[in-house]
Design a protein around this ligand. Structure first.
Ligand SMILES: [Zn+2]
Length: 275
């Protein structure tokens, strides 16, 4: 049996019941999870060609949280044993990145190549601010994450490419339907690490939940929390709005895991509240 066939055999017939949370396949831009034994508690696990990621505690399980960048190479990655764990594999497949044409409205400078490039630069500058934001080693939360609005209706998914005059920008978050003034809640317990008004993201809050997990709330109309505050899960932190580069009011949520902006829907599938 070839190595590849052997690998497929083990993936298909491995005792998945003991790894109920493990996600052995993922798309570019997803976050995946691997259950680890107690010896791996609080460890940092190095995965060749992906990076080094922390093991968090969730519902009395030790979960290795592995973010996959939207442009990461596809293929099979091996999560090495830790203590008595056996090796686990992660197969990363490509994400279909649909392109949507976005006509930049006149009140945002108009649909010209020059303006599209300017907006792309601004988005890049805003994103770089996020890279400098600290995440605590301590995990502030134990309960599952909740949605940031009472009635979550997704209007735009993660991962498509927005093209204006041939200038392309990836949408690295999930958009929720939200009129101006809709209450926005902290998705979990954490510390407010950033409050600001940015050219493309508008009024912005970033909450650090520890262990490299951060939730990002964009385009708000009002902010009710102060930088450095410890907030509980479900705390009213702001109102949604239409500030920054938007073509209408909505709430954009990004979730960053170890500095990588992943698909919030893949995150909530495992760490979110079950309905
Ligand atoms: Zn968005």
């Amino acid at each position: 049996m070839s190595y590849k066939k052997l690998l497929v055999f083990f993936i298909l017939f491995s005792p998945t019941s003991i790894f109920a949370y493990s996600t052995t396949t993922a798309k570019q831009g997803d976050v995946s999870f691997f259950e680890m034994s107690d010896e791996c508690k609080k460890a940092n696990i190095k995965i060749p060609k992906l990076g080094t990621f922390p093991v968090i505690n969730f519902q009395k399980k030790n979960l290795l949280v592995v973010p996959i960048d939207i442009n990461n190479a596809t293929g099979t990655f091996i999560i090495s044993s830790c203590g008595s764990n056996t090796d686990q594999s992660l197969i990363v497949s490509s994400r279909l990145k649909d392109t949507k044409i976005f006509v930049i409205p006149n009140n945002k400078g108009g649909d010209t190549v020059k303006n599209a490039n300017k907006i792309k630069r601004e988005i890049g500058n805003d994103a770089r601010i996020f890279d400098k934001i600290f995440s605590n080693k301590k995990q502030f939360w134990l309960d599952p994450f909740m949605f940031p609005v009472k009635e979550p209706v997704i209007t735009d998914t993660y991962g498509y490419v927005r093209s204006s005059q041939g200038v392309e920008v990836s949408h690295k978050g999930t958009d929720f339907k939200a009129e101006i003034g809709t209450p926005v809640y902290s998705m979990n317990k954490g510390v407010v690490r950033y409050i600001g008004v940015l050219p493309s993201y508008g009024k912005t809050i970033i909450i650090d939940h520890g262990h490299g997990i951060q939730t990002v709330y964009l385009h708000l109309s009002k902010i009710f929390v102060k930088n450095g505050a410890l907030v509980e899960k479900g705390r009213l932190i702001g109102n949604s709005g239409n500030t920054g580069f938007v073509d209408g009011a909505h709430l954009h949520i990004s979730i960053r895991v170890s500095g990588i902006s992943i698909d919030p829907e893949s995150f909530m599938k495992v760490l979110g509240e079950k309905k």
